[in-house]
Ligand binder design. Structure first.
Ligand SMILES: Cc1ncc(COP(=O)(O)O)c(C=O)c1O
Length: 424
């Protein structure tokens, strides 16, 4: 795995964070870009081209994020959830199609499937990394499965070699939910650029944060117009050579019925500033994480996911620290102790999707038929790996890994002390 194997010096850290565990941060160019967007008076993609603002920050962010991911297509959105709905709608599947999703993710992965008119089928995950496995995907296929959403969960990418092979065998398109994996690389290819479509969130807690935002990306240029129409009420960008001052930059191309999911330009200005810091932050976080992986080998009963060797760069989001044989309710006590001893926000992972109170499928009458089918499909399915991870882990936010060597020492000592307390 490339990248430094030591923690950041204070000099590096000064530019990429404000204090240990603080998040989000205001990147150096944010003030300048946001003020520029503000005074351009073009705050929406649906706006008139002016002499002063021939290009939006939204368009610049799309271009720069596309270069960063090495894909031809990036369409910024208002949320990661909208990005998922757009990606799924773009696939054009029949109503009621089954879409496989993993048990460990944020609830939006599953609600987006319902919002696109389909039914999610939840599968179990790898017992070490919490990501979907090829075996679990295969076992979840039904005669009506038409697509798969692979989630790069927490701090590890799913095994894309194995999952893409199963999907290809079954003739299924793959949507990558990379909301937690900006800049992660699998054999040097970016998360989001390996499947047919990739979805990102730029929500407050994410490594690339603008408060609320997202993006749909694709390694195929052919998806671009369809995705643009899906996020701008059936309108797409006029070709650059045809746009004149005084024109609406969007043309009513109307190939598919869209929604209004565009990113506002103040958020896009912030996104451009955040992207400038992302790789420097990755280097520091990943170096510190690899140190923790090694240290955990010497702390009995404590572990963190070991990166698969095909993952050539990590993108940490929430790091599940696993306590072996944790008794019911013990993780909550350990999260409290870790917070006391380090001052870091430490918390419990989300409940697996099936049984999550947030996946309240029966509460929306318009999808009653799909909700009933969802309940029926999941009556006899079990998620032992997802449940074991959720019950025995304490989560640290990625901001904990923007740390000096001394701060990492504090974290390692706190974990060793907790392990000692548990043995007594
Ligand atoms: C895996 C995953 N998918 C989707 C989303 C939804 O993104 P947003 O909150 O921007 O709508 C999130 C956000 O937490 C997420 O973590």
């Amino acid at each position: 795995m490339p990248g430094p194997t030591h923690g950041g010096t204070l000099n590096d850290l000064d530019t990429v964070r404000e204090a240990w565990g603080a998040w989000p941060i205001v990147p150096p160019n944010a003030d300048r870009y946001v003020i520029q967007a503000l005074h351009s008076r073009r705050w929406a993609i649906s706006s008139i081209v002016t002499q002063d603002a021939p290009e939006l920050f939204e368009q610049r962010f799309a271009r720069e994020f596309a270069a960063y991911l090495e894909v031809p297509t990036v369409v910024p959105t208002d949320h990661g959830s909208s990005a998922l709905v757009m990606a799924l709608t773009a696939l054009g599947l029949p109503s009621g199609s089954h879409v496989v999703v993993p048990a460990l993710t944020w609830v939006a992965t599953a609600t987006a499937v319902f919002r696109a008119g389909y039914v999610p089928v939840v599968c179990d995950v790898d017992s070490r990394t919490g990501t979907m496995t090829a075996e679990a995907l295969r076992a979840a296929l039904t005669p009506r499965t038409r697509a798969v959403i692979v989630v790069h969960w927490a701090c590890t990418m799913a095994d894309m070699d194995a999952l893409l092979a199963v999907a290809a065998e079954a003739g299924l398109p793959v949507v990558e939910d990379a909301a937690q994996a900006h800049g992660a690389l699998w054999r040097d290819r970016a998360a989001g650029a390996l499947g047919d479509l990739g979805c990102f969130s730029l929500q407050q807690a994410k490594v690339l944060s603008v408060g609320e935002g997202g993006a749909v990306v694709s390694r195929h240029a052919s998806w671009r117009t369809r995705l643009e129409e899906l996020r701008a009420d059936s309108r797409s960008w006029r070709p650059a050579g045809e746009v004149r001052v005084g024109d609406m930059a969007l043309a009513e191309t109307a190939g598919i019925m869209g929604s209004n999911f565009g990113m506002n330009d103040l958020a896009a200005a912030l996104a451009c500033a955040q992207l400038e810091l992302l790789d420097a932050q990755h280097d520091i976080r990943n170096g510190n994480y690899l140190r923790l992986v090694e240290e955990c080998e010497r702390i009995p009963g404590v572990s963190v996911p070991v990166p698969p060797e095909q993952q050539t760069r990590l993108s940490l989001y929430e790091i599940p620290i696993r306590f072996a044989d944790a008794a019911p309710g013990e993780a909550a006590r350990l999260a409290g102790r870790l917070r006391e001893t380090t001052g870091l926000r430490s918390y419990l992972p989300r409940h697996p999707l099936v049984g999550s109170s947030l996946l309240n499928v029966g509460s929306v009458p318009a999808i009653a038929d799909k909700a009933a089918e969802f309940d029926e499909l999941h009556r006899d399915r079990n998620y032992p790996a997802a449940e074991a991870i959720a019950a025995s882990s304490v989560v640290l936010h990625h901001s904990a890994f923007l740390a000096t060597d001394e701060e990492m020492d504090t974290l390692v000592s706190a974990l060793a002390a907790l392990a000692g307390e548990r043995r007594r």
